[in-house]
Write a protein that binds this ligand. Structure first.
Ligand code: TXA
Ligand code: MG
Length: 338
């Protein structure tokens, strides 16, 4: 089966995509963060096929996407007041709230947990697809498990051609990193399980206490209990070996020069490239630009045959925390500090 590319601006194409979802098929869907693999969250067969297409471990739960937060009551057993407060400020948008699920969400979707991640995407095409399908939509990022997330329809095609019937092309994703995943420790405390485009500073505007889970930057050891299964797995990695280098620019340059080779590349900030004669790519001048570009650059490095990539350690304030989290995982926690 060849995978069909659909146009998000064509109503007939959107109707067709919704029909596929209602029939239990999977559709590549643009969102403001990254592309997702969308299917009816209530349909166990459809969800099983998502896990199969991605090669994803069955204990890693899928986020359920709704067109409005008012629908969350239909799939959860209780919602804290703080969640409503956050929804008012950040929904629709790149925020996923972990809430207790009800029995309309099957355990295959929640990875065996009693909770479900609820997200209201800001991308108009995603919300239109949810409305036209008339169901809650389970959607993990549309990459092969472990590989960098897709931020264009082309990336989804690269990973999923022949595995899913269709992809809706909605252009490049605006944010470029996935949603911020949070849980509630109590009615005044949120815990960030995965940093994303909504920053800890943003959340503090609406939540009295914001805790950043320590696994975000440190990983988990074998057998350690995790608050979010995704924390356990190697993630976001291209085939090339990624090494994060925490150094001032002059030290980064000498480190890179002493490790140079044909298939050795560096990934640095905009403006740094004038210091390198070749094998250098940039990923943005500030955190928002770096978030927007990071996954596309990691994929590009594989396309040009890079075997090793030394990446300049990003600033970790604001959206930078999400960029750092993705890079640390892409590097399998290998950080060189100079
Ligand atoms: O921006 C996004 O969130 C994208 C777009 C497509 O919406 N989706 C996405 O899904 O990134 P995925 O499956 O690639 O990542 C979901 C993360 C995983 O780390 C998973 O472990 C965590 O959210 N998660 C989902 N449901 C959870 C739950 N009930 N409890 C704890 N963690 C959960
Ligand atoms: Mg993912």
């Amino acid at each position: 089966m060849d995978t069909l590319l659909l146009n998000s601006n064509c109503y007939d194409n959107m109707i067709y995509a919704a029909k596929l979802i209602r029939n239990g098929d999977i559709v590549g869907m643009p969102t403001e963060t990254v592309y997702g693999l969308a299917a009816d969250a209530r349909n166990e067969n459809a969800v099983a096929n998502i896990f199969k297409a991605k090669g994803r471990p069955s204990d890693n739960p899928l986020i359920v996407h709704l067109s409005d937060f008012s629908e969350a009551v239909n799939y959860t057993s209780s919602i804290p007041d703080l969640a409503y407060k956050l929804a008012e400020k950040f929904c629709p948008g790149p925020l996923t709230m972990i809430l207790p699920k009800n029995n309309l969400i099957p355990y295959i979707t929640s990875g065996g947990l009693d909770t479900v991640g609820i997200r209201i995407p800001a991308h108009e095409t995603a919300r239109e697809l949810i409305r036209l399908s008339g169901c809650p939509i389970a959607a993990p990022s549309a990459n092969t498990s472990g590989y960098p997330s897709p931020t264009s329809a082309r990336h989804v095609m690269d990973d999923m051609n022949g595995k899913i019937p269709a992809i809706i092309d909605g252009g490049n994703c605006k944010c470029g990193v996935e949603s911020t995943v949070i849980s509630f420790d109590d009615n005044s405390t949120v815990r960030i399980l995965r940093p994303g485009f909504i920053t800890p500073e943003d959340l503090r505007l609406a939540a009295p206490n914001v805790i950043i889970d320590k696994a975000i930057l440190h990983g988990v050891s074998d057998g350690e209990k995790v608050t979010s299964p995704g924390m356990k797995y190697k993630h976001y990695s291209p085939s090339a070996k990624v090494v994060l280098v925490d150094a001032k620019l002059p030290d980064f340059i000498s480190f890179f020069n002493s490790h140079s080779g044909n298939n050795v590349y560096c990934l640095v900030f905009d403006g740094d490239e004038i210091n390198f004669s070749s094998n250098c790519l940039t990923y943005g001048a500030d955190s928002a630009a770096q978030a927007h570009n990071i996954f596309a650059r990691l994929r590009e490095l594989d396309k040009i045959g890079a075997e090793t990539v030394f990446v300049r350690f990003p600033d970790q304030k604001g959206i930078g925390l999400a960029v750092l989290n993705r890079l640390i995982r892409a590097a399998g926690f290998e950080v060189v500090k100079i």
